[in-house]
Design a protein around this ligand. Structure first.
Ligand code: NAD
Length: 485
């Protein structure tokens, strides 16, 4: 085992779990055992919540400009440890070194946004009638929780943690049991940056801890990122306990390719979107709607896909179960009559035979009812559906229950605008295959890709992590009394 057993973190200390139940943490790159993660008990969750609650008294009252100073230092430490963090992310998740590095860089950008929070939350003040003023101030919510998935071991934790903490909350984080290591390193860096004990806490575990978070009386807000199935469970349980909740779910992102699209730009973007991070991005292209005759572009996509090589510029998928699931989707499509133009099944990387790789896969002539057309595959697979018109393509996209992202490839401003208006997704790309809004713009989908009314990052998250106090003052006795006072 390369690393020590994973420990929980509360009261500013790493604490061995008392639980006997552990899971192996295995690197998808080569199948090597990295560590063991505990399935913590509810007692351990309670101890972490006490730690966060005790810390909130002082942290919540610390001026925001003081709180943000710690995050300037944390940002510096992310940069200073960039190589080490990159290796850790790659090792536990299986993505390539370059992809892991981009994840750390994005974590830095997210932290920079949090550092700018004092500028964004300065309140409003207005004289609303003679001598009477109204003002607004943002107050932290209290102890909050963040439950995160496996596909971005460092970036998704940094979607929530810096904003929530700079805004004065204290946090319990529940990492994915598949990739628990990066979050532990994050806790060490926060401590080195000067974060007071108890402000950030980690409890490892699975379903039981998640359910415990959702019903815990001292946790005020729950953010969740993961599959739609679990997002629905978490949203229902947390709101049933009268907590605020934002729960981001899965995705099935559609790309509209029109005949006037620039062929090489489209082919490289489509291929990068479907195969980047081995297709394990909630923003990955999964379905391509070929509008009219775009055969020359499809030929180029096939050419580009053949340049994506497992173990070289394509990382591993998270587990053997994921590999089998993805390959079974391809087999089902073939069985149902679709044409597999590039086949990633059975990929093996020499010297890493125990790694879990799936090669890039391009499937053409997919019919709208097939499972590869409707379901989230979460692997490096693109399903091409042929449509006669943009209207027909939009109908397919609109009928899908998800709604994270959509993108259109065209040189026509009018057609692009039409897709921007009519696609049923929260994030739209025009000639961009992975339309992730960068800070200060917020991240969040529509439909079954997000439950709750806020986005998880950017300005929209301020509303989620704070409560607004509205104060009306009158100091001048001459102001008199009118219907408003
Ligand atoms: P997951 O839903 O299996 O797990 C997410 C978290 O929930 C983990 O911490 C896990 O321990 C916990 N969990 C799992 N099953 C549970 C259950 N039955 N009850 C309570 N908690 C449970 O997701 P994953 O496989 O880790 O991540 C991949 C999924 O996340 C994909 O569907 C992907 O689209 C989605 N995702 C969405 C976004 C977004 O922004 N919308 C971002 C990243 C990932």
């Amino acid at each position: 085992m390369k690393y020590k057993a994973v420990r929980n973190f509360y009261e500013g200390r790493f604490v061995d779990s008392t639980s006997d139940e552990t899971l192996d943490v295995v690197s998808p790159i080569d199948g090597n055992l990295l560590s063991k993660v505990p399935m913590s008990s509810i007692g351990e969750l309670n101890a972490a919540v006490v730690s966060a609650k005790d810390a909130f008294d002082s942290w919540g009252k610390t001026p925001i400009k003081e709180r943000s100073q710690i995050f300037f230092r944390y940002r510096y430490l992310l940069e200073k440890n960039l190589d080490e963090l990159t290796s850790l992310v790659s090792e536990e998740n299986g993505k390539t070194y370059d992809e892991a590095r981009a994840e750390v860089e994005k974590s830095i950008e997210l932290t920079e946004f949090a550092c700018s929070m004092p500028q964004l939350v300065s309140g409003e003040i207005l004289e609303v009638s003679k001598g009477v003023e109204c003002r607004t101030e943002h107050f932290p919510v209290g102890v909050v929780a963040s439950i995160v998935p496996f596909n971005f071991p460092l970036m998704v934790p940094n979607w929530t943690m810096p904003n929530a903490l700079v805004l004065g909350n204290t946090m319990i984080m529940k990492p994915s049991e598949l990739v628990p290591l990066s979050v532990g390193r994050m806790a060490e860096l926060l401590q080195e940056a000067g974060l007071p004990d108890g402000v950030f806490n980690i409890v490892h575990g699975g379903k039981e801890i998640v359910e415990g978070i959702c019903s815990h009386p001292d946790i005020e807000a729950v953010s969740f990122v993961g599959s739609t199935k679990v997002a629905q469970i978490v949203y229902r349980k947390a709101t049933d306990s009268l907590k605020r909740c934002v729960a981001l779910g899965g995705a099935k992102n559609h790309l509209f390719v029109l005949p006037d699209a620039n062929p090489s730009m489209t082919a490289s973007n489509v291929t990068a979107s479907m195969s980047g991070c081995a297709g394990q991005r909630c923003m990955a292209a999964s379905a391509m709607l070929a509008v009219g005759n775009v055969d020359p572009i499809i030929d180029q996509i096939v050419e580009e896909a053949r340049k994506v090589i497992p173990g070289k510029n394509l990382g591993a998928v998270i587990s053997r179960a994921a590999k089998e699931r993805i390959e079974s989707y391809i087999t089902a499509a073939e069985h149902d009559g679709a044409k597999v133009l590039v086949d990633g099944r059975g990929a093996v990387v020499e010297g890493k035979e125990n790694g879990t790789y799936v090669g890039p896969t391009v499937i053409d002539h997919v019919q709208p009812g097939m499972s590869v057309a409707t379901e989230e595959i979460f692997g490096p697979v693109i399903s091409i559906m042929r449509t006669a018109s943009l209207e027909e393509a939009l109908k397919i996209e609109n009928e899908n229950p998800y709604g994270n992202a959509a993108a259109v490839f065209t040189q026509s401003g009018g057609a692009a605008r039409y897709v921007m208006d009519h696609a049923s997704a929260g994030m739209i790309g025009v000639n961009i295959g992975v339309p992730v809004p960068r800070e200060p713009f917020s991240f969040g989908g529509w439909n079954e890709s997000r439950f709750g009314s806020n986005d998880i990052t950017g300005k929209s998250s301020i509303e989620f992590w704070t409560k607004l106090k509205k104060t009306t003052t009158k100091w001048n006795p001459e102001a008199g009394v009118n219907w408003m006072s």
